[in-house]
Design a protein around this ligand. Structure first.
Ligand code: MG
Length: 370
């Protein structure tokens, strides 16, 4: 099954409401998504998506994906599509680093492999553990009362795990937010406080040691070493996210005791192949993971949910769905959808998401003979 053609689309995806992280430090109103299709000489084709969460969140931006594909796509033509590890190794030689550029290609290759094998991608990634994935809400930073009412709204929609965004302003403001949320939580609910790098180590230590919280604190500070310093001076479990880019970062996280869990995001790590490697390492050391993608439509979300479902249940926490924040939908009713706080994946080959060609419109690039 050889790669015959790669077609690339660019889509600007408006958010249903502007998104703020870290007290306004990171604000944006639309995402820049790259969707691609890999066609093969057997007639099978696979779909992938790469969509950074704005251009201020990680060292990644939408235009970077399309620029990188100009280098990578011609090298992939004529190659054996099922040789996913070989193709990842080749991409790393052609363009070292830049994992976010490779993610949509790698996702499309897994979709193809699933269709070729007539198996869902979660079966190829290790097999389903359980029959669903729990979905978590995303609670924007606000006053304590505003955040509690957002949690109540999420609860009414079936969510039992919440990702509450903190940071920005006086440390006491975050302490007040935490105290209000903890008081409002029901016994079967969980919360991860996501700081998105907004605290200095001193503020992190002050807030975490002052507020009574039983949940996780995610990426309190900018760098790995700062978070590790906070880990040594606090007691709550810490989850790392934005500072983790490679398997080596995770090896260091374990070696230096920097955290008890991580976010596993295909777009940040370079696709499902590298995310699976990280997932297997994290499982072996007993960490827990939120597995989800950085951003994108139901296509990127569904790829991440296949990885989540194939992860040992006791090591996985709830997953977030980026597409719930978007107005547009390339594949209505397909793929990973939130039903009362749960995602159930169809037992179909590949990812089972086929974007609508009319919605996609004209491609921005076609590699290979038309
Ligand atoms: Mg995060």
């Amino acid at each position: 099954m050889k790669i015959k053609r790669i077609t690339v689309w660019q889509k600007t995806l408006p958010l249903s409401k502007p998104y703020w992280l870290s007290g306004g430090r990171l604000k944006f109103e639309a995402l820049d998504s790259t969707i691609l299709r890999i066609e093969t000489d057997t007639g099978l084709s696979g779909w992938g998506e790469g969509c950074p969460w704005g251009h201020t969140y990680l060292p990644a931006f939408g235009g970077g994906i399309r620029a990188g594909l100009e280098l990578l796509a011609p090298q992939l033509l004529g190659q054996q599509a099922t040789a996913i590890d070989r193709l990842n190794q080749m991409m790393d030689v052609v363009l070292p680093g830049h994992p976010y550029i490779k993610s949509p290609i790698d996702i499309a290759l897994w979709d193809l492999l699933g269709k070729h094998a007539e198996l869902p991608v979660y079966t190829l990634l290790g097999g389903a553990d359980g029959d669903h994935i729990d979905v978590n809400s995303s609670i924007s930073t606000g006053t304590p009362d505003e955040m509690v009412s957002l949690i109540e709204e999420a609860r009414a929609k079936g969510y039992r795990t919440h990702s509450a965004k903190l940071g920005g302003g006086h440390p006491q403001t975050d302490i007040d937010r935490i105290e209000a949320i903890e008081a409002a939580l029901q016994p079967d609910e969980f919360v991860t406080y996501d700081i998105n790098r907004a605290w200095t180590p001193a503020v992190a230590i002050e807030v975490m040691n002052s507020a009574s919280a039983r949940g996780w604190f995610e990426q309190p500070c900018e760098t790995f070493d700062q978070c590790r310093h906070v880990r040594q001076h606090t007691t709550q479990p810490i989850m790392l996210d934005e500072c983790m880019h490679s398997l080596q970062d995770h090896l260091d996280g374990w070696r230096y005791g920097a955290c008890e869990g991580v976010k596993v995001k295909p777009n940040r790590l370079g696709g499902l192949t590298k995310s699976r490697q990280v997932r297997d390492f994290c499982t072996s050391v007993g960490w827990r993971m939120h597995i989800e993608d950085v951003g994108g439509t139901v296509l990127a979300d569904t790829a991440a949910m296949h990885l989540a479902l194939s992860t040992k249940a006791e090591n996985r926490l709830a997953s977030w769905l980026a597409h719930a924040h978007l107005i547009d939908d390339p594949a209505p009713d397909q793929g990973a959808r939130n039903r009362d706080g749960k995602v159930v994946l169809p037992d179909k080959p590949g990812l089972d998401v086929e974007p609508d060609l009319d919605w996609l419109g004209e491609p921005v690039a076609v590699y290979g003979a038309v």
